[in-house]
Design a protein around this ligand. Structure first.
Ligand code: NAD
Length: 305
């Protein structure tokens, strides 16, 4: 297949591009390289990389024209960046989805990365039909981005929060951040310790895209939560595992506020029902993150918290 990955030079994208290329697909990536080109250098001879912006209609029409599948990962990602750049977040996370789809025909496949952050803070176990309650720009723009995809007949994947290791490493993801703090400070101070989060290894995210391409006819026009109930956890559980692994101390504070106020639990029954299950657990991921964290200079330029 000819595949275009937008945002394919980011944390998820590099892992996915490498996986797709390794099993014989012809992969192209369009990205503004917000996080630099170092993460993709090893793929430069195997994947076509285009420096470009998904907001540019003419470029996107040209890039999608001959593709069988477009996987849309380009985004202003996470709570802090979206709060800092709300206009860019709306343009990239929402408007560009219309731009890209306007150049595509229904014979082509479109798989879109949304997020479980659209649920925000909900008491019930969230299914794809639950009401949504995004708390900030990141969740709101992702929720808004889903409508054009559903109208087009594409696949919307609402992912749990990623963790794990990628050539485009992030230490701002909850488990990655806890390992970083535990290692470099020797302790973690935790607010709102019992807030619930839901997690997924980046390798399982890549598997989910392959699965969705294989099952496209069955999945198109719908929303799918992607994750695993065994990775529905509290922040306290993740922090404790990170501290135990590193040999650091955990301090739980009853006063203080996490700006990212998400608190939710998600059901993954729908996608499990058609055969998708995560393979990689949190302990395995934390160990891999620790191996990398030990190599990184504390004042490095990567994303931390
Ligand atoms: N990582 C997670 O926990 C998670 C969870 C759920 C959903 N997602 C979604 O998956 C996608 C990828 O996430 P990630 O963790 O790899 O983030 P990331 O920030 O590492 O990757 C995003 C990529 O998009 C690129 N980009 C930004 N603006 C662009 C533009 N205007 N044109 C072209 N490229 C642009 C960036 O340069 C970057 O390489 C995002 O849409 C995100 O919302 C991520």
């Amino acid at each position: 297949m000819k595949v275009l990955i937008t945002g394919g030079a980011g944390f998820k994208g590099v892992v996915l591009a490498e996986k797709l290329q390794s099993i014989g697909h012809q992969v192209a990536v369009v990205d503004t390289f917000r996080w630099g080109v170092q993460p993709i250098v090893h793929l430069a001879n195997r994947v076509e990389f285009v420096r470009g912006d998904v907001r540019h209609g003419e470029l996107m029409r040209k890039l999608v024209a001959d593709k069988d599948l477009v996987i849309n990962l380009a985004g202003i990602v996470g709570y802090p960046l979206c709060e800092r750049y709300p206009k860019e977040a709306h343009e990239v996370n929402v408007d560009s989805v219309y731009t890209i789809l306007s150049g595509m025909s229904k014979k082509q496949m479109f798989i879109h990365a949304s997020t479980g952050s659209v649920y925000g803070k909900l008491e019930e176990t969230c299914t794809e039909t639950s009401s949504t309650n995004p708390l900030a720009v990141y969740g709101r723009t992702n929720l808004e981005s889903e409508a054009p995809v559903l109208d087009f007949g594409g696949v919307v994947l609402r992912f749990a929060t990623a963790f794990g290791v990628s050539p485009c490493m992030r230490f701002d993801l909850l488990p990655n951040f806890f390992i970083w703090r535990a290692l470099n400070d020797g302790f973690i101070v935790l607010y709102e310790a019992d807030a619930r989060r839901t997690l997924i290894d980046v390798k399982d995210m890549a598997r989910a895209y392959l699965f969705s391409a294989d099952r496209y006819q069955q999945m198109k026009g719908e929303i799918w939560n992607v994750g695993d109930e065994s990775l529905n956890v509290t922040k306290r559980e993740v922090a404790k595992k990170a501290c135990d692994l590193v040999g650091a101390k955990l301090f739980v504070e009853s006063v203080g506020q996490d700006k990212d106020a998400r608190d939710y639990e998600v059901s993954y029954q729908k996608i499990r029902g058609i055969g998708f299950q995560c393979k990689h657990g949190l302990e395995e991921g934390l160990q891999q993150i620790l191996v990398v964290a030990r190599l990184v200079e504390p004042d490095n330029a990567w994303r931390i918290g």
